[in-house]
Design a protein around this ligand. Structure first.
Ligand code: HEM
Length: 637
């Protein structure tokens, strides 16, 4: 047996030499071939030694199995596995006895298979009511996840203990197989080095979209929202595309100093599609690829296995650097502008980022992630919020009319509302807050938090490293804080109104998350959502569409998508300018805005879809010199 094995090994050895030799023949045409050749031989010897040792180990194991008897080996493995499952399950049940209540978990699979197919946040809200507790524990496989269904608990845990809840838990699908430790959104904080690393990323994000920085983007948001009004006037049926263009253009200007002028620009569809895929990969589920959270060991298999289907090309070499390539291109384009042109536009964030990168020694992948976050986190979220606003106007016209009455009084028809009006537009301000509360886009509060040490709440244990998620749906849907919660009622945010109820924090909603991981782009998003909603309310009557018989087509206020970032399912509506005077102002202001924005017009030569293919081709091929000294491209095995 042993000699057969060694024969096989010798054959392997000679095949190995042949392969190495074939490869080195290619390299030998280079002027430094002697050095490279001896290096190749040294590598080959090391690899062969390793292979021989591996083979001997296999032989020993095979011999031991024969001696012991195959059946005995199988029985022993089964017995060991059974004991491991029992011990593990006992540990799960012990933890369960100390953690917040929840449905009874099964060994290995926990509660995963009782998840609904859709919108698990509604199910978790129901569980919280059933168990009569604000916190519930739900086992995703062997991993306990704690769902916070109450605003006061979320505040106590995430805000008051922000220091220990600043980390993210282990996330197999979105984290380990996706963005990992390169990306602020999923970064875990398990030690001082990781904490420092995360702080650098937070700081760099803050430089781009912190409270101070975003004041510098007011002109851009103001002008872009005037263009949205013009677009609504010209093509009202394409309102979704106009809002997507607006949100993408604003983040593109901030990141790259380049606006997105047309809703046909592939960057919009590609980024939004990517974000929607990413958003789906954050919602607990009982089918692949989300089932990998229940069976994390499957994540160790090669990426062509069927359970990885649906994960896209994330984490494959080259994919991460798309935004880095865009950043390099943007810095180059910015450098070709004259000093006066540069002074009349915000400095692109990537320029700041490249200046800072040297200080922090940031690799390309991380720079790419920081830039990509602006796009990823900023475009789908803001546009979805604005689509929700359109739905709210259709479903609750009385609220829209009240806001318009206020705008008519304070602003009038000859100009549209501006930042200076904000302090006096109490009802419009309340309207915007209610949009953010009524159907919050990040319905499960974005990514989960995780305590860096064991914590306790109300006598329950929340173990270090566990997955703690704020259920924004349940929090914003609680009758105690928001009576009749599905009703769109801006009065909830009017001081002194009978509809106002106490709520932790000063904003009155938890749409942007909590504590140290609160949304980095909150200031930018709130600013942009405000100016756009105020302007569209002033400009248009947004109503239910009518069919051929003139009958109103109803809208469904529960028909939303299932992702981490939810938005209304497509619906028809009618968008008409409110008066001829207002129509005139929309056109005048919109055209002026386009002139102001002209300096930011520009194009990128890269497309996300083709970029991946080009990268893949580059990785699969390499240039070598042939016998005549010419460069030729060969496939890499
Ligand atoms: C309406 C718009 C938006 C909403 C509702 C929203 C919501 C959220 C939520 C709920 C989180 C998770 C917070 C937590 O873990 O506690 C988050 C994280 C984040 N958001 Fe936003 N976001 C919006 C727009 C933006 C924009 C415009 C940007 C950037 C330009 C941005 C960048 C980020 C980043 C980088 C994180 C990760 C922060 C971290 O993990 O430390 N977001 N966002």
């Amino acid at each position: 047996m042993e000699s057969v094995q060694l024969l096989v090994s010798r054959r392997d050895e000679s095949e190995f030499y042949q392969q190495i030799d074939a490869r080195s023949r290619c390299i030998r045409v280079s002027p430094t071939h002697d050095k490279v050749h001896s290096e190749t031989q040294r590598c080959a010897r090391a690899m062969i030694t390793e292979k021989l040792v591996d083979n001997l180990t296999v032989v020993r194991v095979q011999k031991a199995i024969v001696d012991f008897g195959t059946l005995n080996v199988v029985l022993s493995i089964v017995a060991i596995a059974a004991v491991a499952v029992v011990v593990d399950y006992a540990h799960m049940l012990y933890l369960r006895s100390r953690m917040p209540p929840g449905p009874f978990p099964l060994p290995i699979i926990g509660n995963t298979f009782s998840l609904p197919n859709n919108k698990p946040w509604i199910y978790f809200e129901e569980l919280s009511k059933k168990f009569k507790t604000p916190l519930i524990t739900f086992w995703i496989g062997r991993n306990p996840t704690v769902w916070i269904n109450d605003a006061w608990c979320a505040h106590e845990i995430f805000e008051k203990k922000a220091q220990i809840y600043a980390s993210r838990p282990r996330m197999v699908v979105f984290g380990e197989l996706g963005t990992g430790q390169d990306n602020l959104v999923t970064m875990r904080i398990r030690n001082t080095a990781e904490r420092d690393h995360w702080r650098i990323h937070r700081k760099l994000m803050h430089l781009g979209v912190g409270v101070q920085a975003v004041r510098g983007y007011r002109d851009v948001q103001n002008n872009e929202s005037k263009v949205v009004a013009l677009d609504f006037l010209r093509e009202p049926n394409e309102y979704v595309k106009h809002l997507e263009r607006y949100a993408t253009s604003v983040v593109s200007i901030i990141a790259f100093g380049r606006r997105v002028a047309s809703y046909n620009d592939p960057i919009i569809t590609e980024v939004i599609a990517l974000m929607q895929l990413a958003a789906d990969l954050n919602v607990p589920g009982k089918s692949f690829p989300m089932l990998l959270e229940t069976f994390p060991f499957l994540a160790r298999f090669p990426r062509w296995m069927p359970w990885f289907r649906g994960l896209g090309t994330r984490n494959q070499k080259g994919g991460h650097y798309f935004f880095h390539t865009l950043a390099e291109e943007a810095v180059e384009q910015y450098s070709t502008k004259t000093p006066s042109e540069q002074a009349s536009m915000p400095t692109p964030y990537v320029q700041t980022l490249f200046n800072e990168a040297e200080k922090y020694n940031l690799p390309a992948g991380e720079l790419s992630a920081l830039t990509g976050n602006l796009f990823g986190a900023g475009s789908d979220t803001s546009s979805s919020t604005l689509i929700t606003f359109v739905l709210a106007c259709c479903a609750f016209p009385e609220a829209m009319k009240k806001a318009q009455a206020e705008l008519d009084k304070i602003v009038g028809p000859h100009r549209s509302p501006d930042w200076d009006d904000q302090a006096t537009l109490a009802y419009v301000n309340a309207f915007v807050k209610e949009v953010l509360r009524w159907r919050s886009v990040a319905i499960i509060g974005g990514q989960p938090h995780s305590p860096t040490q064991d914590d306790s709440y109300n006598g329950w244990l929340i173990p270090a490293g566990s997955w703690v998620q704020g259920n924004v749906w349940a929090i914003h849907h609680n009758d105690r804080e928001f009576p009749d919660p599905d009703r769109f009622l801006p009065e909830r945010y009017i001081d002194g109104s009978e509809h106002q109820r106490p709520f932790p924090g000063d904003r009155g909603y938890m749409t942007f998350g909590w504590g140290r991981r609160v949304c980095s782009g909150q200031a930018l998003a709130e600013q942009g959502v405000w100016i756009t909603i105020a302007r569209l309310l002033w400009a248009f009557d947004i109503q239910k569409a009518r069919d051929a018989q003139g009958k109103e087509i109803p809208v469904d206020i529960f028909a939303f998508t299932n992702g981490l970032n939810m938005r209304p399912q497509p619906f028809k509506c009618s968008i008409t300018p409110r008066t001829p005077g207002i129509k005139e102002t929309i056109v005048r202001e919109g055209e002026q805005a386009l002139l102001h924005l002209k300096i930011l017009d520009g194009e990128s030569k890269y497309r996300m879809s083709t970029f991946y293919q080009t990268q893949k081709r580059k990785l699969a091929e390499e240039p070598v010199l042939d016998e005549m000294g010419n460069v030729k491209i060969v496939k890499v095995k």
